[in-house]
Ligand binder design. Structure first.
Ligand SMILES: Cc1ncc(COP(=O)(O)O)c(C=O)c1O
Length: 393
């Protein structure tokens, strides 16, 4: 039987997903060098460390770890995540922390709690495709706010807050996906102030916070929060394991926290106790700082190799050099079309994501996002040479 589009619920209809999915289908091709994903490197994952911790957790806690747990989260993880968040410059109380299945779920819960069809969500331009898709599921009206090489422009954000009276703004302040841009400290302070002034929840999605390779750490937007309007989304995906699906959200308004917990009950009841307990044990053992030092060194070498590869790109290519994260963003000279050139690249066994998919309004076909974490340096060199040849042709 063939399914007709009208068979499906209206809330899933705005999600195309196809462009990226089509690229991803090709990535398994033997010999493919993929700069398209956003995965951490396999070399940054530690089965040799996580395996014994999992055994220790299951033997130490026994049957209760296999039981149902509280929607509000596994209490030991809330304690250890609290310490981690305070060390990360996120002032909060333990009662404000909700473990989530990655920051994806944190965003989904906020949308579930706040957004009726047609409600406006303000986003950076461009922004993370996964978040755009989640917003579309709730039939949000997505309004893109002008952003530059220092992040979203507070004046433009204020204008949009005045014009649209949104309930929610979504911002990735550090090594943004897709651009790698970091919002400067002054803008972070101004955004926290705007959130309070206009009563808009600012979702600060910060999964790349710990992946800084050069430069100085900046204060979080949450650290400037005046009375609770900033919700901080943290994730252990990029620094411990994406497959364990553990993150946390920090929600300061008890009423909003209650709605998120209720929303979570119908999504998954609670995060798996096993993975919460593993992340908790990992944090308590103090393993994270040394692990971060090791993976940052590897990622920096990969980033440097990719940046070097851009030297052979067509004259006039504009590049944002990130100080961390997993992506480099580039704009080919005006008139070039990275969306169309993708098929040539894939025929030549190299892939990237065309930048157009990250713009709520589309367009910007000369832009592209390249991931460097998932390819070793020799493959980065080879892939960038191939791309330079294709783009110079
Ligand atoms: C900005 C941003 N938010 C959220 C996610 C999803 O992360 P998680 O695994 O924590 O759900 C990603 C992953 O690429 C991301 O780039």
């Amino acid at each position: 039987m063939e399914f007709n589009e009208s068979y499906f619920a209206k809330h899933i209809a705005p999600i195309s997903g196809s462009a990226i999915r089509d690229i991803f289908k090709l990535l398994g091709k033997p010999g493919m060098i993929s700069f398209a994903g956003g995965n951490p490197s396999n070399a940054a994952l530690e089965p040799q460390v996580i395996g014994p911790i999992a055994k220790e957790v299951i033997e130490g806690i026994g049957a209760p770890i296999l039981q149902y747990g509280a929607s509000e989260g596994f209490i030991p993880l809330k304690e250890s995540a609290h310490r981690y968040l305070l060390d990360s410059g996120v002032p909060c109380k333990e009662s404000e922390i909700l473990p989530t299945e990655g920051s994806t779920q944190g965003m989904d819960l906020l949308l579930k709690a706040l957004i009726d069809p047609g409600d406006v969500v303000l986003v950076e331009d461009p922004t993370f495709l996964g978040a755009l898709q989640a917003m579309k599921t709730y039939h949000a009206k997505i309004v893109a706010v002008k952003s530059d090489e220092n992040g979203i422009l507070p004046d433009e954000l204020e204008k949009a807050m005045k014009e649209y009276h949104p309930k929610l703004a979504y911002i990735i302040p550090t090594f943004q996906n897709p651009t790698g841009v970091t919002l400067n400290a002054e803008r972070r302070r101004m955004i926290a102030h705007l959130a309070s002034k206009y009563g808009v929840i600012v979702a600060e999605d910060d999964p790349y916070h710990d992946l800084r390779y050069t430069g100085e750490n900046l204060p979080t937007i949450k650290s400037f929060d005046e009375d609770g309007w900033v919700v901080y989304l943290a994730s252990f995906s990029k620094i411990i394991s994406p497959g364990m699906r553990v993150g946390t959200m920090v929600v300061s308004f008890p009423e909003l926290m209650r709605k998120c917990v209720i929303g979570k009950q119908s999504s998954d009841l609670h995060c798996p106790l096993m993975t919460q307990a593993i992340v908790d044990a990992y944090l308590r053992k103090g393993l994270l700082p040394e692990h971060l030092t090791r993976i940052r060194a590897g990622y920096k070498a990969q980033l440097d190799a990719m940046l070097k590869g851009f030297e052979a790109f067509p004259k006039g290519t504009q590049l944002i050099k990130p100080e961390g994260g997993l992506f480099v963003w580039a704009a080919l000279p005006e008139g070039m079309n990275a969306t169309q050139l993708l098929s040539t690249a894939v025929e030549n066994n190299v892939a990237y994501v065309p930048g157009t998919h990250f713009y709520p309004e589309g367009g910007h076909h000369n832009t592209l996002r390249l991931n460097f974490s998932n390819s070793p340096v020799d493959k980065i060199n080879e892939g960038m040479e191939k791309l330079a040849k294709i783009f110079n042709n």
